[in-house]
Design a protein around this ligand. Sequence first.
Ligand SMILES: NC(=O)c1ccc[n+]([C@@H]2O[C@H](COP(=O)([O-])OP(=O)(O)OC[C@H]3O[C@@H](n4cnc5c(N)ncnc54)[C@H](O)[C@@H]3O)[C@@H](O)[C@H]2O)c1
Length: 250
Amino acid sequence: MNFDGQSIIVTGGGSGIGRATVLKFAELGGRVAVADVSLDAAREVSSLAGGGSIPLQVDVSDAAQVRAMVDETVAAFGGIDVLCNNAGFGFLGTVADIGEADWDRLMAVNVKGVYLCSKYSLPALARSGEGRIVNTSSYTAAVGIPNRAAYVASKGAVSALTRAMALDHVGQGIRVNAVAPGTVNSPYFNKIVGESADPQAVLEELNGRSPMHRMGEPEEIAAAIVWLASKESSFATGSVLTVDGGTSSW
Ligand SMILES: NC(=O)c1ccc[n+]([C@@H]2O[C@H](COP(=O)([O-])OP(=O)(O)OC[C@H]3O[C@@H](n4cnc5c(N)ncnc54)[C@H](O)[C@@H]3O)[C@@H](O)[C@H]2O)c1
């Protein structure tokens, strides 16, 4: 795979799966806009990536900030070939106990963020002639898990939107796919484990979700994102590629 001269945006590029994805694209010759709500994190990853990468601060739920992200990327790189809608977060809770403001915030980042970043990148992606969008969904879009109602609903929307956008934009030469990771050893889960009363028990529960008895590493998800974003996956559009160590096969 080769991304020489290609212009790539990775949202949520400052940490975890996004960070690993930025570094892989850069290794393969891509010029990456590392877009994150945390400018410090974006700067750190951008400097690690090198190769003309740029750090950008963006809240993906804010249309004005998203337009600025797109404009700055086009100004720096001359266009956009690949958009990775990866920014997202989750929290525990059932419909009975999730507050309305928390529900709205999660949907604004995880779902509206994909809509906004795609909407404002589409003209540049169409100009590319072979634009590609890769969304980060979750295996939980296809199989429910308990006590994560808002998160699971948001990722169901991301997978559905992936298929809808694939059909809407195929005529512009744009492919739209998603990766659906299982539980991944990212800073988010390290924090949960570290703050729990019984870290060993929490770690065993997380590892036990997969028949491989381990979490995935960010690099193992990045590899799938990069393949979907590459010219090697030229017949894939509307695909939701599950990479979950077998979790959803149980
Ligand atoms: N870690 C997992 O087990 C797992 C599993 C399935 C799917 N995912 C999905 O993968 C994606 C990346 O998650 P991760 O595990 O790498 O988490 P992470 O917390 O390590 O990284 C997420 C990044 O997104 C950024 N971000 C959060 N809100 C943002 C916003 N409004 N605008 C811009 N940036 C924002 C954060 O600052 C952070 O740098 C998310 O969409 C997540 O839902 C994660």
